[in-house]
Structures are given as structure tokens and as C-alpha cells.
Ligand binder design. Structure first.
Ligand code: COA
Length: 695
């Protein structure tokens, strides 16, 4: 069938859209819809129409793939205008998702009905855009400014049930039989047949006026989003467009919406967010494990009831998967179970799930102190203390007690998984899972394929993580895998910059203003300086730049381990304010600089950001050279989902593309000249990328 077809049922024109997989609105659909409306207007046999989609969903938005091409007419605003201008009422019939342009088309229709369970939303803001086909003008005219702000600026969809309550849709078809789509079709025909045709022109939202909200509402939203999404343009533009809806006539409002849309459309921020959207989907597909058949995982066990272990246990329980939580020490187990109970209580308090749901999830987690209880488990994840010997002892136990085809995973941030696999009789079943804390909240998991891990084990775990809603990135074995290995380079530059004269607060502010969720020294204080200290003790000295960590080490040795000890790079007592430099630390930095013969100088924000970012980019290039990461996009996912890298910059590799890859190569070569080649040897991947102008 053509992407848009019309079928006549008595006096009703049924406009059907068919563009798998998600009915994204391509140029063919746009022209098909305009033609369909023209045909219906000319056809005297029909006096009303329904607009319905084939496949799994209503239109899920503009075709994002067309964004990088020259736009082809008709543009979406012309399509929505044509639908709304129809003299014969059109009813949008929604199932699955009605998102972005899909909802804008539905808003241009005279009526909207939906199947129970479907979702409606305007998520453009998440792609650095705003709804550019009248959505910012029609929604406030239908629901009022506040409800429109909440949908458009957050980008979060609402359920069909909520949409009925708010008046976004006019009818809800309940799921009652085995064939909900057939039921929806019958419901839609019946709904259309009962319309009062004299109402059609009143149903055009462009003819309604939107009431101006209370004074200050828009400024409150601007302020909220300045804090919530620092430096991100799209939410602010959405607010401006909605304000235009309540202060200007429709045509002028549409012109303002268009102007704002065009200013966002080609922006670096929007490109970065679209890059992440596709990177997430590619990561789900390209796992590097070919077509290996995944084995079902019906029950899991977690070893270790600390913060990490309990967070991982909750991730599984939240997806309805039973978990056995093992801890040798009964008191530690009791503490872990208490932590889980209080986390669920807090989730209920925040309104994130009901008391019943929380209870069901909690009951899915059963504690034990006995390895014999693991005999039937499909996947075991060890999350004990980060020390090779301790983990190896656990794996010996697991190998003894678990069934032969059980997959054994270690949650580690840098240890050699080959050495852990080697103590078992089943290295093909052993892999690494690097969760991020808090594991029940953070979406990223690095899935580490050791030398002998089988594709089946990888594929089974990746499928399971998808069920948990995680963003999984596959990585090879090396110290720190993708994320922490790069973070070590980032911290190295931070340490060297301090020695060269940048104050801790200056570094933190520069990177925070750039968009990082936290400055690197505030992060170090929060995680505990002793963790890095111990990790470095286990490293060969040739593997890292010792000078860069002398300040960290001296702080730990004088019992300044970070927040937990009341002081680290900063002080954490009643008399100090956040990120305020401590004169003692400034003095220590000066002393170490003198000892090391480093002449201090004044360093500006630009140099701080550039050196830290270039350190990440260059290390990432070496990671690609060694095949540790499969693609530059995977590295960006790791940074944006696990390390607080600003999503609107798309990750370090997208940043390099935005800065210009040839320019980045030149800057790294320059640093090799000024700082020495040890850490600034440009990777082959970067050199190749600079040649072809893409990663
Ligand atoms: N344009 C082009 N392709 C799109 C698309 C869009 N708006 N939305 C989804 N796709 C593609 C995906 O890239 C994926 O392609 P692939 O199979 O080649 O990887 C495929 O459609 C299925 O999408 P996926 O996300 O894997 O399916 P899902 O069922 O998990 O989720 C949606 C479906 C619609 C909820 C989700 O894709 C989504 O949120 N899409 C974006 C919606 C949006 O932002 N619209 C506004 C655009 S301005």
C-alpha cells in the first residue's frame, strides 16, 4: 500500500497511514495527507473522516532522519493547517504513541480519540527542538498555558487516561477483547458517525483564544529550567513560543513558533541530542555478538548487600525479576535489606510508585547467607569489595555452587576480568557488568567481554539489561574499561592544571559552567579521595602520571578523604560554603608545585575546559584504536549516561566533531609539543577521523 491511503466506509473517509516501524512523518506522508484532505473535500459521498495508522503505533513524530536533509515541501505546518481547514471533521484515532508531529497532527484534527494504554506527548525538547507545526499554539488554546508548559517543556508524554481527564482527547476506547485494534476501528467509526457536523468550525483550535496565565508564570518556568537544564536552549524557546500563544493572534504566534523552531533546528545542541537518540538505539542493536541466541534469565542473584549490590538488586526487582541477595555476614545482610526497604519507602513518598508496587518489588528480593541457595540461579552478579583476591574467592565459590550454564558477572570498575574468569571452570560464562551508583537510578551499564566470554552469555545479559531499561555499552578488558579509563585522563589534567596554578574552585566552576553535572574536584570529594588512592597503589607506576595525583595523595595522608571525613579539596563544615577554596589546600598545592619545579601561572577558563576535554577525546581515540569500544557514539553514551557529561553537547566525541576534528587534532599536537608526548600522542582514530571529517 502507499504510505497514505483512503478507504470509504459509507459516509466516512478512512485515512490510513502506513510507514513502519513507527509511522514517522516523512515527506511522502506529508504530501499524502494533504492530498487525502483535498480528495475528501472534493468527494460528495463523504462528510467526515478518521485518521488512523497501521502497525504498532500512531505517528511517533517527524522523521528525524530527514532533519539533516534539505526540507521537502509540504512542510508539517502546511499539513496541520490543511487538516484543520477541512470542512469535514477529521478524528485522529490514536494507538501506541502519538508523539511530536504525530500529536501536532492530532491537535489539528477536529477530534481525538485513543486506545487505552496509548501515550501522547510532544518530546521535541528532548531533541533540542520545539513542536514546530502549531503544537505550541494549539495546545495552550486547548488545555491552557500551564498544562501546555508542563507537556511541552518537559517533553514527557501523558497516558491516554490522563489525556481524557484533561480534555486532550475526546474519547477513550477500552481494551476489552483480544483484538484491540479492530475494536478501536469500530469505536472510531461509531464516534465519527455520532458527530454534530455543525460543530466542525468551533473545533478548530486556531480559532480559539488562549487565556493569559497569572503574571509571572512564564518567568517562573524560565527560572526553573535555567536551573534544571543549565545552558540548554530548547526549553527556553518552548516557553517563549507558548507565551506567544497567549499574547498574540494565532497567525503571529505560528510565525513566532516557526522563527524559534528554525533557530533551534540546525543548532549544535539539537544535533548533539539527535546524535544521542540514534546512538542509544544503535547500542541496542550493535552489540558485537552477532546473531548469538540469548538464553532466558528468569532469576538472578547478587553477591554483596552494600550500596552497589542493593541498587543492582532493586534494578532487577523493579523489572519484576526475582533476586536472591547473598551476604555472608547476617548483620550486613540485614543492613542491606533495611536499605532496600527504606529506598522503596522513599520512592513511594516521592510518588514514583504505589505502596503496593513497592511492596511487590521488595518481596521479590530474598536475602540469604548460604551459597547453596544459588544452585538454580541463571545469572549471578558479584558486587563485593573492589579487590582482585576478594573477587576471585567469591568466584571460586560461585563456580562450585552454581549450575553449569549459569552466567557469572562481576561488577567492577577497573579490575581485570580475565583474571577473575581464570579461577572458574567456565570462563566462557564470565563477564563484567559495570553498574553506576545508584544502580537502581543510573541507566548506564558497561558490559565487559573478557577474552573467553561467549557470545551467548553476552547476548543473554544484554537482552536482560534491555528489559531493565538500561543503556548498555559493550567494552573490552583494560584498566577502567571505557569510562573510568577516560576519567583517569580527565583527572590527570585537573591535577596538572592545579600544579600549574588553577585553583580547585576555578577548575570546578569552569567545568560546571561548561555543563558537567559537577566539577571534578567536588566529585572526587563526594566519592572519597581514598578510593582513587587505593586504586593507584594497585597500579604500576608507569601506568599513570604520578605528579598529577600528588595533591590527592597528600590530602588522603593528612586524613582529608573528602566529604565523609569533613574535608578534602574543600571543607565540609558549618562555617564553609560550597566550592570555596580552603587556604590550607591552596598552600599545599603551592608547596607541591615548588617541590616539583612547576612554575605557577594564571590559567583561564578556556584552557581548563579545553585541556580537560581534549584529554577525554584523546584517550577515547586510543580506546577506539585498541578496539575496547565499538564506536565513538558508544563512548558518548558512556559519558552522557554515566559521568554527568552535558547531553546537549552530545558527549566528548560529538564535542570533537562540533569543534572540528582537524582542529582538535591540531590542538592535541600542540599539547604534545608544550606538555610532552607521553599523554598527548594523538590516536590513529583521531588522525583518521580528522582526515575524513567524521569518527
Ligand atoms: N524518526 C525516524 N526514525 C524513528 C523515529 C523518528 N521520529 N522514532 C523512532 N524511529 C526509529 C528508531 O530509530 C528505530 O529504528 P531502528 O529500528 O532502525 O533502530 C525504530 O524507529 C524503532 O524505534 P525504537 O525506539 O527502537 O522503538 P520503541 O518501540 O522502543 O520506541 C518510540 C518507539 C516512538 C517511543 C521511540 O522511538 C521514540 O521515542 N521516538 C522519538 C519520538 C520523538 O522524539 N518524536 C519527535 C520527533 S521531532
Amino acid at each position: 500500500m502507499a504510505v497514505v491511503e483512503i478507504e470509504i466506509r459509507a459516509n466516512v473517509a478512512v485515512i490510513q497511514v502506513d510507514n513502519p516501524p513507527v509511522n514517522a512523518i516523512s515527506s511522502q506522508i506529508r504530501s499524502g495527507l494533504v492530498e487525502a484532505i483535498e480528495q475528501i473535500e472534493d468527494n460528495n459521498a463523504v462528510d467526515r473522516a478518521i485518521l488512523i495508522c497501521r502497525g504498532r503505533t500512531f505517528m511517533a513524530g517527524a522523521d528525524v532522519r530527514e532533519f539533516s536533509q534539505q526540507p521537502q515541501p509540504p512542510h508539517l505546518p502546511e499539513v496541520t493547517a490543511a487538516i484543520e481547514a477541512s470542512h469535514k471533521p477529521v478524528t485522529a484515532v490514536i494507538h501506541g504513541q502519538s508523539l511530536g508531529g504525530g500529536l501536532e497532527i492530532a491537535l489539528a484534527c477536529h477530534y481525538r480519540i485513543a486506545l487505552a494504554g496509548s501515550r501522547l506527548g510532544l518530546p521535541e525538547v528532548k531533541l533540542g527542538l520545539l513542536p514546530g507545526a502549531g503544537g505550541t499554539q494549539r495546545l495552550p488554546r486547548l488545555l491552557g498555558a500551564e498544562a501546555a508548559l508542563s507537556m511541552i517543556v518537559s517533553g514527557d508524554p501523558v497516558s491516554a487516561e490522563k489525556a481524557l481527564e484533561s480534555g486532550l482527547i475526546d474519547g477513550l476506547c477500552q481494551l476489552s477483547t483480544e483484538n484491540p485494534l479492530a475494536d478501536l476501528f469500530e469505536y472510531a467509526l461509531d464516534f465519527a458517525q455520532h458527530l454534530d457536523l455543525s460543530e466542525t468550525s468551533h473545533r478548530r483550535l486556531s480559532l480559539r483564544s488562549a487565556t493569559a496565565p497569572n503574571a509571572g508564570l512564564y518567568d517562573q518556568w524560565r527560572e526553573r529550567y535555567t536551573k534544571r537544564q543549565r545552558g540548554v536552549d530548547a526549553p527556553q524557546a518552548c516557553i517563549d513560543a507558548i507565551e506567544a500563544a497567549t499574547s498574540l493572534p494565532f497567525d503571529q504566534g505560528i510565525a513566532r513558533e516557526r522563527e524559534l523552531f528554525l533557530s533551534l533546528r540546525g543548532s549544535d545542541q539539537s544535533q548533539a541530542l539527535q546524535h544521542l537518540f540514534f546512538a542509544e538505539r544503535r547500542a541496542l542493536r550493535n552489540t558485537g555478538v552477532g546473531t548469538a541466541q540469548a538464553r532466558p534469565i528468569n532469576c538472578v542473584a547478587i553477591i554483596g548487600a552494600g550500596t552497589m549490590g542493593t541498587g543492582i538488586a532493586m534494578s532487577f526487582a523493579n523489572a519484576g525479576i526475582p533476586v536472591t541477595l547473598l551476604e555472608i555476614d547476617p548483620q550486613a545482610l540485614a543492613r542491606g535489606m533495611d536499605r532496600i526497604a527504606s529506598q522503596y519507602a522513599a520512592t513511594v513518598k516521592r510518588g514514583k510508585c504505589s505502596q503496593d508496587e513497592a511492596e511487590q518489588r521488595r518481596e521479590l528480593i530474598q536475602g540469604t547467607t548460604d551459597y547453596a541457595q544459588l544452585a538454580r540461579i541463571d545469572l549471578v552478579i558479584e558486587a563485593v569489595f573492589e579487590k582482585l583476591e576478594v573477587k576471585q574467592q567469591v568466584f571460586e565459590q560461585l563456580d562450585r555452587h552454581c549450575k553449569p550454564d549459569a552466567i557469572l558477572a562481576t561488577n567492577t570498575s577497573y579490575l581485570d576480568i580475565n583474571q577473575i574468569a581464570a579461577v572458574t571452570s567456565r570462563p566462557q560464562q564470565v563477564l563484567g557488568l559495570h553498574f553506576f551508583s545508584p544502580a537502581n537510578i543510573m541507566k548506564l551499564v558497561e558490559v565487559i567481554k573478557a577474552d573467553r566470554t561467549s557470545d551467548v552469555a553476552m547476548s543473554s545479559v544484554l537482552q536482560q539489561l534491555k528489559r531493565l531499561g538500561k543503556v548498555s555499552v559493550t567494552a573490552g578488558v583494560c584498566h577502567g574499561f571505557i569510562g573510568n579509563r577516560m576519567y583517569q585522563s580527565y583527572q590527570r589534567e585537573v591535577g596538572l592544571l592545579m600544579l600549574e596554578g588553577a585553583k580547585p574552585s576555578q577548575i570546578d566552576n569552569a567545568l560546571y559552567q561548561f555543563g558537567m553535572a559537577m566539577g571534578p574536584l567536588a566529585v572526587a570529594d563526594l566519592s572519597g579521595l581514598d578510593i582513587g588512592y587505593l586504586m593507584r597503589r594497585s597500579l604500576d607506576e608507569s601506568k599513570y602520571e604520578q605528579r598529577a595525583f600528588l595533591i590527592h595523595d597528600r590530602l588522603v595522608e593528612s586524613d582529608r578523604k573528602g566529604r565523609k571525613s569533613g574535608a578534602g579539596f574543600y571543607r565540609y563544615d558549618a562555617s564553609s560554603t560550597a566550592n570555596q577554596d580552603d587556604p590550607e589546600v591552596l598552600e599545599l598545592i603551592k608547596t607541591i608545585a615548588t617541590e616539583q619545579g612547576v612554575e605557577q601561572r594564571s590559567i583561564d577558563t578556556e584552557e581548563i575546559v579545553q585541556r580537560c576535554m581534549l584529554a577525554l577525546i584523546n584517550e577515547a581515540g586510543h580506546i577506539l584504536d585498541e578496539g575496547i569500544a565499538a564506536s565513538a557514539a558508544d563512548i558518548d553514551l558512556v559519558y552522557c549516561h554515566g559521568y554527568g557529561f552535558p547531553k546537549h553537547r552530545g558527549g566528548p566525541m560529538q564535542l570533537a566533531s562540533c569543534w572540528g576534528l582537524a582542529q582538535v587534532e591540531k590542538q592535541i599536537d600542540e599539547l604534545a609539543r608544550t606538555q610532552g608526548p607521553r599523554w598527548w600522542n594523538a590516536s590513529k582514530s583521531l588522525r583518521d577521523a580528522a582526515q575524513k571529517n567524521s569518527w
